[in-house]
Design a protein. Structure first.
Length: 557
């Protein structure tokens, strides 16, 4: 059964060991190094979805991400410049994470002069100070804990205040101790999800405050604002009220960070098991003399602008995969071979060649990351599409699988392209079963070199490029001429939309969807297939049982 969270103390002395995650699939790992997730439907016995009883998988205890913790403290204190050194992302806090939280709380105190005066509104003497401390604990504590305090919460924080005074600290110092305790407390660091008061079933609706927290951290990556907490207090976060609040949060500029970070992580542009983040990706200076930090930054700017523009114009999944619009400066216009700005400081929207580009997967950022320092990488590109676009599980690579770059060139019998080299190395033995799916998809990207320039002849060998490919194991199987046709095929795929919606659901829940989430996954993906709207996808997730309910039963490994 789910255990109650420990109460706050002056130091978080108890440290729980973090769980390890494996890496499956033989290709780049997920955004945080996790193994690929189950595809649409998932394994196991079928789940009946017509019983009228919500079905939600049990979930492990979950903590705020470093980004969420930073944003939370910034908003609680009104200190936008607060930037703690918090990067521990273990599922359950580690000893290192405890030290980071302590340092982060001390940093918040050190920056006290930059806070709003309302944080510590009084400092008089005697009983007046006691009353002020009690009021602060009730008001600030409730905002920090994202729910009204109970008697145990209040007593623990008042004890911290009184103990500080008993040790000859001033009122201000005692209040700083209280604030440090709050900022390190499990109620702030973890998501408390026990379900609505009075609920006794293992699967139960979230309380109003719990669902408010889920919504705010999903769409804003921070603590609920006063409006959302007010809706929770009023009990108005039923299905209709929750949708209305979700639409309000989506319309706020703060939702952009979540939007951009989802795509950056989904496309693995922050790094993966076999590749570095975009900003850390190096290239051969002889082959790519124009590649530098300025061009890397332009690639990021373009991708973020494309995502923002797509959502602003309706958020169509099809548009995301097929649009020829591009936001370029001079160096990026040169990569794409289009007329446009001539300097790095000038930006404008242009239309790319429809025979060469279609949507996210044909843009420089993605193609650069999924390449080696010298040549394109059809294996890496193919693995991404198979696993992350179509949710086809490849399984564990054999022990003798090689991570050596396949770069073509002279093999002693003459020149061969990267495609020919990959084919020669992967079409026999234990590798062939997976590569029969990976290679034909990855070959569709052969026209793009290591920084995403479109070519008809290979950069290193000068040989003609063959970008023909084959999609297999999906609902849109068949031959494709190149990545443009592949992207168009993906845009029409029900499986790709289901896979995409499951990745968004994973983001919303902070965990991998499991078998008991099947009904929610199917309903969400059905709404997404019908609408094609990414905004409607987000709203469908918020309205799902998986989002609004919690299963407090045992979590099976």
């Amino acid at each position: 059964m789910s255990a109650a969270l420990p109460r706050p103390s002056l130091l978080l002395a108890a440290v729980l060991a973090s769980a390890c995650t494996g890496d499956l699939g033989g290709g780049p790992a997920g955004p945080s190094g996790s193994s690929p997730r189950p595809g649409p439907g998932g394994p196991g016995e079928p789940v009946a979805c017509d019983t009228g009883i919500p079905q939600v998988a049990p979930a492990p205890l979950r903590r705020l991400t470093p980004l969420q913790y930073r944003n939370t403290v910034r908003d609680l204190l009104g200190d936008p410049g607060y930037t703690p050194n918090v990067d521990d992302e273990a599922p359950v806090i580690t000893e290192r994470g405890v030290r980071q939280l302590r340092d982060a709380a001390e940093l918040a105190i050190a920056r006290r002069s930059s806070w709003s005066r309302e944080i510590f509104p009084c400092d008089t003497s005697g009983a007046a100070n006691d009353a002020c401390a009690s009021e602060f604990i009730d008001t600030f504590g409730a905002r920090a804990f994202r729910r009204p305090l109970d008697d145990d919460d209040r007593s623990a924080l008042l004890d911290a205040y009184r103990n500080a005074l008993a040790n000859d600290l001033t009122f201000g110092e005692a209040m700083e101790i209280v604030l440090e305790v709050i900022l390190q407390s499990p109620e702030v660091v973890y998501f408390e999800e026990h379900g609505a008061p009075g609920a006794t079933d293992a699967t139960r609706p979230l309380s109003q405050y719990e669902v408010a927290s889920r919504l705010s951290y999903f769409l804003w990556n921070t603590t609920p604002d006063d409006t959302l907490l007010g809706a929770a207090r009023d009990g108005s976060l039923d299905a209709a009220g929750l949708r209305a609040q979700a639409e309000r949060l989506l319309d706020d500029p703060r939702a952009e960070e979540t939007l951009q970070s989802f795509f950056w992580e989904w496309l693995q542009l922050g790094g993966g098991r076999l590749h570095h983040a975009l900003e850390s990706t190096s290239k051969d200076e002889t082959l790519y003399p124009e590649y530098d930090a300025e061009l890397q930054a332009a690639m990021r700017t373009e991708l973020e602008a494309l995502v923002r523009d797509t959502f602003a114009r309706g958020g169509s999944f099809e548009d995301l995969l097929t649009t020829r619009r591009a936001y370029v400066n001079g160096p990026l216009a040169a990569v794409y071979g289009v007329d446009g700005p001539t300097s790095a400081d000038d930006w404008q929207w242009v239309e790319l060649d429809p025979t060469q580009r279609a949507g996210l997967l044909t843009r420089a950022a993605f193609l650069t990351v999924f390449s080696s320092a010298t040549v394109q990488s059809p294996i890496r590109r193919g693995v991404f599409v198979v696993e992350e676009v179509f949710c086809v599980e490849l399984g564990t690579p054999p022990p003798n699988a090689s991570d050596v770059v396949v770069d073509g060139g002279d093999d002693g019998d003459g020149l061969r392209t990267v495609r020919q080299d990959v084919t020669a190395r992967t079409t026999s033995g234990t590798c062939s079963s997976c590569h029969s799916l990976i290679n034909p998809v990855g070959f569709a990207f052969e026209h793009y070199d290591g920084i995403g320039r479109h070519r008809t002849e290979e950069l290193t060998t000068g040989l003609p490029l063959d970008a023909s490919g084959v999609v297999a194991g999906t609902d849109v199987d068949g031959a494709v001429r190149d990545a443009v046709e592949l992207s168009t095929r993906i845009a029409t795929s029900a499986r790709a939309r289901a896979c995409f919606s499951n990745r968004w659901l994973e983001r919303a829940l902070g965990r991998v969807p499991a078998r008991l989430d099947t009904c929610s996954m199917e309903r969400i993906s059905e709404r997404f297939r019908e609408s094609g709207s990414m905004r409607e996808l987000v709203l469908a997730i918020v309205e799902s049982d998986a989002f609004r309910y919690v299963n407090v039963g045992e979590v099976t490994p």
